[in-house]
Design a protein around this ligand. Structure first.
Ligand code: ADP
Ligand code: MG
Length: 341
């Protein structure tokens, strides 16, 4: 059996020391990290800040999410909001609530993923808080980034005739979740069964190890393009487009034939009797960027390999429409938005 050290043996301060000792500060804007009463930064531009709260059983299931993946995913998911503002990430803090089910080794495993993500995105882990939790693992991630005032992108700037773009492909994360959930049920019914995850590695990776798309942010900056509006795709394409449309007071039309869906997502969806289109529109957790650019800028954006134009912005704020391959026109809908009369 793996070594298990109780957190009580090491104490909260011992645990924080271990975390501290494995962290180096990479950004020269991070002046003071873990170990004092507060962290200190010296930002050069506008500060962009966001917090995400994750709870075991609601946002992740430790039956099929290894702790390093949970650590990586919570940081990616939180940083995705910084990308969606067209900002550059700099610092992260992590609040954790732990039940006595978690050993020191388990916490270290979680932080392995956190630090892998920090290294990948070039951000510093500069602090956090640690407390007991009676219910399971709770993780609060606060992310801090920077953007020049003229680079900051909100949800509210889309203009009629802009091109609607999306990075990567959609619907994979929800199909990965379906595959993992099914294996969990099979395992619970018969613990001797081997998991059957062949042909599902891409969708499972989309679910367990999503990326925040700073590569796209850097490409846009390289091209000198500032999107007119942007949001990250955490709840599903429909939901994000309705946000952009409402907050920009414009309409949006997208085309089913242009929505990027990976072949494996199609195959897994078919196997599960799930519509690939629904996976893309309402699945969520893909953490791709959805943004609008002027037609002029689109000529440059078209050069980015991993960006697809899926539609355009209209002047009618009442319409958020999907044009099907059959040419049938249907309104986009998403849970959480009330029906309009
Ligand atoms: P205080 O009692 O002043 O809140 P803490 O003992 O909670 O101090 O924290 C001491 C230092 O350790 C602080 O720099 C804090 O940011 C950091 N820290 C505490 N918990 C974590 C954690 N889970 N991850 C990263 N840093 C942490
Ligand atoms: Mg504290």
């Amino acid at each position: 059996m793996d070594k298990r050290t109780e957190i009580g043996e090491l104490g909260e301060f011992g645990l924080i020391d271990r975390i501290k000792n494995s962290v180096n500060l990479a950004n020269d804007q991070s002046k003071l990290g873990i170990g004092d009463d507060a962290a200190v930064f010296q930002p050069r531009h506008l500060v962009v800040h966001s917090t995400e709260l994750f709870q075991e059983g609601v946002h992740f299931d430790l039956a099929y999410s290894p702790l390093p993946h949970v650590g990586f995913k919570v940081v990616s998911a939180a940083l995705s909001d910084i990308a969606a503002m067209n900002a550059i990430p700099k610092q992260v803090t992590l609040g954790i609530g732990l039940s006595n089910r978690f050993s020191v080794e388990a916490v270290e495993s979680l932080y392995e993923g956190v630090q892998l993500a920090c290294a990948e995105y070039g951000v510093d882990l500069v602090g956090g808080d640690t407390t007991a939790s009676p219910t399971g693992l709770i993780i609060s991630v606060t992310v801090i980034g920077e953007a020049e005032e003229d680079k900051l992108v909100k949800r509210s700037g889309a203009k009629p005739n802009d091109v609607v773009c999306v990075s990567g492909d959609l619907g994979g994360a929800i199909m990965g979740l379906q595959a993992l959930e099914r294996e969990k049920q099979v395992f619970l019914a018969n613990p001797g069964m081997q998991p059957e995850l062949e042909g599902k590695s891409y969708v499972i990776m989309r679910q367990l190890k999503p990326s925040a798309r700073f590569d796209i942010i850097h490409e846009l900056r390289g091209l000198g393009v500032v999107p007119t509006s942007m949001i990250d795709c955490s709840d599903g394409l429909s939901s994000e487009l309705i946000h952009l449309s409402r907050q920009s007071n414009v309409g949006i039309r997208i085309f089913e034939k242009n929505i990027p869906i990976d072949d494996e997502t199609y195959l897994v969806a078919t196997e599960f009797n799930f519509s690939p289109l629904t996976a893309a529109l309402n699945g969520g957790e893909d953490y791709e960027l959805v943004f609008t650019v002027s037609q002029q800028d689109y000529e440059k954006v078209a050069k980015i390999a991993d960006v697809t134009a899926i539609g355009f912005v209209t002047s009618n704020p009442e319409e958020q429409l999907l044009i099907m391959k059959s040419e049938q026109v249907v309104p986009l809908s998403a849970p959480g938005f009330g029906k309009k009369e």
